[in-house]
Design a protein around this ligand. Sequence first.
Ligand code: NAD
Ligand code: LMR
Length: 327
Amino acid sequence: MKAPIRVAVTGAAGQIGYSLLFRIASGAMFGPEQPVILQLIEAPIEKALKALEGVAMELDDCAFPLLKGIVQTSDASVGFKDANWCLLVGAKPRGPGMERADLLKDNGKIFIGQGQIIDAVAAADARVAVVGNPANTNCMIAASQAKRLPAERFTAMVRLDQNRAQTQLAKKAGVDLTAVKDIFIYGNHSPTMFPAYAHATIGGQPAATVINDNAWLQGPFCETVGKRGAAIIAARGASSAASAANALVDHVRSLVTPGAIHSIAVKSNGHYGFDANVWAGMPVRTTTPGSYEVLTNYAMDDFAKSKLAATNKELVEERAFVADMIK
Ligand code: NAD
Ligand code: LMR
């Protein structure tokens, strides 16, 4: 048996937490050979901490062989102590009629303190994945606090958008979704994101050739993927939770699987024309567990370039809006 890894999860008693923790403990995130210790962090609110106790009781009651310990705390310096993975889910979700960026001032400040504490107490190999919205900019805020951990260790999730895009392409083409490959998300986790359909394939053929409907790809496809979160809030009365948890399992699983090619939001460093200091979705290949290289070889046509410019503009505006939160 391998030594357990420590996985810190914020917002552990929330909606996403309730779908996520059981998947981590069952081995879906780190594989069937990797034991885990869950370090569950909640806001210092009586109701949340009480709910967390119930979640921990249910985790116990699952008798997961890979689960080697549970920490419950509202103290981030306890929760992130020696953590190998820090999954930052805890934040307010948006309600109907709001954009994710409307959460910036409230949620952004959570990531200042958490970024500092992770940098101070997490394991030397710590990796951070941000889900709390607006995820790209919150990730940038957390990373900006770090002196010890390099910026590339901080990633934000656009995998839910990738999964949504894959399913939409498969439905349109009338194929099993496993036939759809290489659909990657660029930019912000917001309606401006760009699902780059021109690089996707369906059954080994270019997706655009198989679908043969450019107006649909440029219009309803991009719009459906970009606004799917709002559509779920309108239908469900609450933001996506099980699919978000599933996407985080995929995000981390791909990041610990050498050779996996997938979309994550990372410090752009200028790739694809993004401002160097924003966190933007783009395709990466996992090199060694937890590390990746950005795939920079995808050519963009004029339509793609205009979409990348729009999503970059929004990320730059978000960065300016939280300038006082960035170190
Ligand atoms: P939720 O309200 O059900 O749960 C959030 C939990 O976080 C609550 O239990 C709350 O007490 C806790 N929390 C708040 N501040 C905290 C802090 N400082 N430290 C620790 N815990 C804290 O919300 P949810 O549905 O689980 O969503 C969580 C976040 O994830 C939201 O911001 C939502 O918009 C976002 N989200 C992102 C994606 C994505 O694709 N990136 C998808 C879905 C949801
Ligand atoms: C989603 O994409 O479902 C989440 O980011 C929740 C939201 O506010 O859209």
